[in-house]
Design a protein. Sequence first.
Length: 85
Amino acid sequence: MSEKYHPTGRQIAAARTLAGISQADLAAAAQISVPTLRRMEASEGPASGMANNVAAVMHALDAAGVIFVAENGEGPGVRLRKGGV
């Protein structure tokens, strides 16, 4: 996914759940606070927060094997990378 891609809050929450990562563990991996992650996940539409924090969360989820799927007419989504991480 492009560095310029901005996920939705629901995508981040779904990605975290799909990967089996707690909010505390994802926040630690992204080096952000848990309240910051909670605000991102609660966002309606694009995830709120500073661009570098959103990018850090996406990077941590990518390292966990998550792929962000952009809007393609059916809505944005997430999936796990084939064959694991």
